[in-house]
Design a protein around this ligand. Structure first.
Ligand code: MN
Length: 228
């Protein structure tokens, strides 16, 4: 161990469902426009173009059950997504091997300062200011593959104040989990602790302070959050 000159930053982690143990997080990759209906609502062609990814920071993950409304935005949107947690990685992972690298799955939100993201898109600038802000990735526990297998279908839903806002099915993902892992591994060296947010179905929209959100993926529990 090096002798660090400042206290070492904490390792970001997610709880593991049914266990006292935690899943340590190294990187957070997010895929864009992975459901046709969401691509259309954002003004894009839903055709199967190559996938694209952006990143959030590991410490943007938040399991507190609270989402503090961030500054500098009047249009913060919910995006409910399935989280994929990797137990191993590598480069140029073949499609047929990709699922061997998955530790488990969970529910997460890709909270987005849509107004700031929109300005960045217009100027051709990076999206971090819209996507990778503090506590922008509320998440639930990771369910190990040993308990839930590899979900390929099932309801993905988000309610605000009890009203359904987003609804889709995992089987509608344009790029499936093995394809995302294989594709990412061509461009990045994947590793144990990497997580992938697998894209959101249609119905994204704004939240306000005082709202309650319930995000769920069938078989992976429900994440309840208050916007504060
Ligand atoms: Mn997203």
């Amino acid at each position: 161990m090096p002798n660090f000159v400042i206290p070492t930053p904490p390792v970001a982690s997610l709880p593991v469902a049914g266990s006292e143990a935690s899943f340590p997080v190294r990187r957070v990759y997010c895929i864009g426009r992975n459901y046709a209906a969401h691509a259309i609502e954002m003004g894009h062609d839903p055709d199967r173009e190559p996938p694209f990814f952006f990143q959030k920071n590991p410490d943007n993950l938040d399991v507190s059950g609270e989402f503090p409304y961030p500054d500098h935005s009047n249009d913060v949107h919910h995006e409910v997504e399935m989280l994929v947690a990797l137990k191993s990685g590598g480069r140029n992972i073949q499609l047929g091997d990709a699922l061997d690298h998955v530790y488990g799955y969970g529910v997460a939100l890709d909270m987005t300062r849509r107004d700031l993201q929109g300005e960045m898109k217009k100027m051709g600038r990076p999206w971090e200011i819209g996507k990778a802000f503090e506590r922008s990735a509320p998440a639930g526990p990771v369910y190990p593959v040993s308990a839930v297998g590899h979900p390929t279908s099932g309801l993905v839903q988000l309610k605000v104040n009890g009203e359904v806002r987003q609804e889709g099915d995992l089987n509608q993902m344009i790029w499936k989990v093995p394809e995302m892992i294989s594709y990412l591994s061509e461009y990045f060296e994947l590793s144990a602790g990497d997580v992938i947010l697998s894209g959101t179905p249609s119905g994204v929209g704004p939240v306000a302070r005082g709202d309650s959100m319930e995000a769920s993926v069938e078989g992976l529990g429900t994440l309840s959050l208050s916007v504060t």
